[in-house]
Design a protein around this ligand. Sequence first.
Ligand SMILES: Nc1ncnc2c1ncn2[C@@H]1O[C@H](COP(=O)(O)OP(=O)(O)O)[C@@H](O)[C@H]1O
Ligand SMILES: [Mg+2]
Length: 397
Amino acid sequence: MKKIGILFGQENTFPQAFVDRVNEKAVDGITAEFVQINQVEQHVATDYAVIIDRISQDVPFYRAYLKNAALMGTAVINNPFWWSADEKFFNNALAVRLGVPVPKTLLLPSKARPDDTTERSFRNLSMMDWEAAFAHIGFPAYMKPHSGGGWKSVYKLHGPEDFFRAYDETNQLVMLFQESVEFTDYFRCYCIGGKEVLIMPYEPRNEPHLRYATEMKTTGEAGEKLLATMKDYVLKLNQGLGYDFNTVEFAVRDGIPIAIDFGNPAPDADLNSVGQANFEWVVEAAANMAIERAQAQVPGQDNLTWGTFVHPTAAKAAAGVAPKQAPQAKSKAAPKATGSVKVGAPVHETNDLGATGAPKASAKKAAGAVKPEPPTGEVPTGGKAPAARKAAPKKKA
Ligand SMILES: Nc1ncnc2c1ncn2[C@@H]1O[C@H](COP(=O)(O)OP(=O)(O)O)[C@@H](O)[C@H]1O
Ligand SMILES: [Mg+2]
C-alpha cells in the first residue's frame, strides 16, 4: 500500500476534499490521509510515498522534515529544496531565459543593513544610481519583496518621492523595483503536474472576495490566441522551475501576457475564494497528479521534480562533465506538456477568505522631499532624491 499525505495549515476546504477525492477513486494500492508527524529523526523514512506540502513556507520545522523525507524517497510536492532556493528575482531572470515576458526589474539592496553586518560588510557595493534606475524602469512602478507573498510590502509608486518613502519602510527586506504593467486583462493560472493548466480571469483591483468574479475582456480570435500563449508560457515556467503545483499570474498589455507572480507553490485553493467550478478542477487535477506520482514513486530514491534549469546541470556534474549552459535542454524528469487547458469559471460568491490583504495604496506625494544621508545601520545606497544628485551616465536599456 502506498500512502499519499497532505500537510496543511489554516485552510479548511481543500485538504479534506483532496483526501476524499483520492480515496473515492479507489485506485489499487493507494490511499490518502492527513500527514501525521510525531518524532522526526535524521535519515528515517516517513510512511508516505507522496506528500503534498501546502504550508512549509510558514513552518520551518515542516520544511526540514520534508527535506529529510525527500532524501528517504518521498515524492514531496513541491520540491522543498527548490522552494527553499528560489525567489522572485531569480524566477524573473529564468523567465527571460525561457522566452516568457516579464516586467523590467531591478534588485535593490536592503535599505537597512542585515543584523550582524557593518558598513565594512558593504565595501563591494557602490552607491545606487537612482536616476538611471528611475529612467530605466519608469513610473508608475512596483516595489515588492524579492521573496514574499500575500501582497505584503507591495507598493505601487508614482514617482521618486513615493519610491523613497516606500523604500524607507522596507527595513531589511530585499526589494524588487519593477515596471508597472498597466493591463487590460489579468489572469491567475493553475498548473498541476507540469501539464494541466487552468486559466482563471482575475481582477486584482477588486476586494479579495471578488477577485475571481470577473470575465476575460479579450474576445474572438485574439482571445483564443491569448489563451494559447498563456498556456505555453505557464508550461514553460513550471517546467523551468520544476513546480508540480503552482499558480502563474499574467497582466495583459497590448495583447501580450506578461508574467507577474509565478512562484506560488502553495496557491490559494479555497472553495470560498476560487469558487465551486475552479475548486472542482483543482481537487481533481491534484488527486490525479498525486496518484500518478505515488504509482511512479520508487522507495529510497529521489522522487522529486527538478526544473529544467537545475536538472541538466546536476546530471552532467554527477557524470563528471563540466556543466554547460543548456537552458532549453530536455530533462527526463521534466513533465511533458501534453495536458489540457481549461478556462476557469468566474466566481460570484462573496466571502472573506481570499488572498490576504491588498497592495498598499501608494503614498501621497510630498513636494520637495530630499532624503537625508543614510543614518547608521543603512546600506550605503545613497538616498537622495535624484534632483539633488549629480547626473550619472545612463545605463543601457
Ligand atoms: N509589475 C506589476 N505590474 C502590475 N501589477 C503588479 C505588478 N507587480 C505586482 N502587481 C500587483 O500586485 C499584486 C501583488 O504582487 P505579487 O507580485 O503577486 O506579490 P505577492 O507574491 O505578495 O502576491 C499582483 O497580484 C498585482 O495585482
Ligand atoms: Mg501574487
